[in-house]
Design a protein around this ligand. Structure first.
Ligand SMILES: [Zn+2]
Length: 239
């Protein structure tokens, strides 16, 4: 099973086609055509489509989403996401040298990617255009690099799913154990606040893990988003 690599190939091709498209080259927002912007756009897309293709034991969570999509739909979504990503990368990057991602000194605690879904509490449909935040010790968690933004907006092309990858945290010694406390927060106007707390226990390592590995993911249970007035309905119902 090598779906992940196949997707990388599609994304790689799709993003490069966009960057090489003469029509796009004429657009006002097309401000840079360098390798780094292409790579960042590829990462932007991969960060969003990856959860759909995980084939681990818990990947079954995503099987429902997979059923909804056929291949041509996936390709269309990749193209939409690639364009979205390209615009974001080009508009948020000024001179690239300014935004080099820095890593802490090893030894470090390397975090897994944190993967979850948000469903509409009434219809169980995956939500879209919703912002999800990851907090550690009540503060927005810093991401491993600028393509894993936090808060993360759930794209309509990857309904329901979100993925975070926290930046490694420096420590003094290898093989130290530590439990990190996280919170997933969804503050969306018109909906009940979601605050979901969880912990991840880690051992420090002598190296910084920067290569993405789908097997090293931490899966959260599905979270449900309810409209605000629901509570009132429910109370009336109880009365
Ligand atoms: Zn560039």
């Amino acid at each position: 099973m090598n779906v992940h690599n196949l997707m990388e190939e599609y994304v790689y091709t799709g993003v490069n086609e966009l960057f090489d498209d003469p029509e796009i080259g004429k657009q006002e927002w097309f401000t840079c055509n360098c390798e780094q912007c292409r790579i960042d756009t590829i990462c932007f897309v991969l960060n969003r489509i990856q959860p759909r293709y995980i084939k681990s034991g818990r990947g079954l969570v995503y099987s429902k989403i997979e059923e909804i999509y056929d291949k041509s739909q996936i390709m269309a979504d990749i193209n939409h996401l690639a364009l979205e990503g390209m615009k974001q990368v080009l508009s948020t990057r000024r001179p690239h040298a300014e935004k080099v991602d820095t890593f802490p000194e090893a030894p470090v605690f390397n975090f897994p990617t944190i993967v979850g879904r948000i469903l509409d509490g009434q219809t169980f449909e995956p939500v879209k255009d919703i912002f999800v935040s990851l907090l550690m010790d009540s503060k927005l968690t810093e991401a491993i690099d600028c393509t894993w933004e936090n808060p993360y907006r759930i794209s309509k092309y990857t309904p329901g799913t979100f993925t975070f990858w926290p930046k490694p945290v420096s420590t003094k010694f290898e093989n130290t154990k530590k439990v990190f406390s996280f919170e997933i927060r969804v503050e969306e106007k018109g909906f009940d606040l979601i605050r979901y707390y969880f912990e991840i226990g880690l051992s420090s390592e002598s190296f910084i893990r920067t290569a993405y590995n789908a097997r090293n993911s931490f899966f959260l249970p599905d979270l449900h988003l309810f409209p605000e007035h629901d509570k009132l309905d429910y109370m009336q119902y109880c009365l």
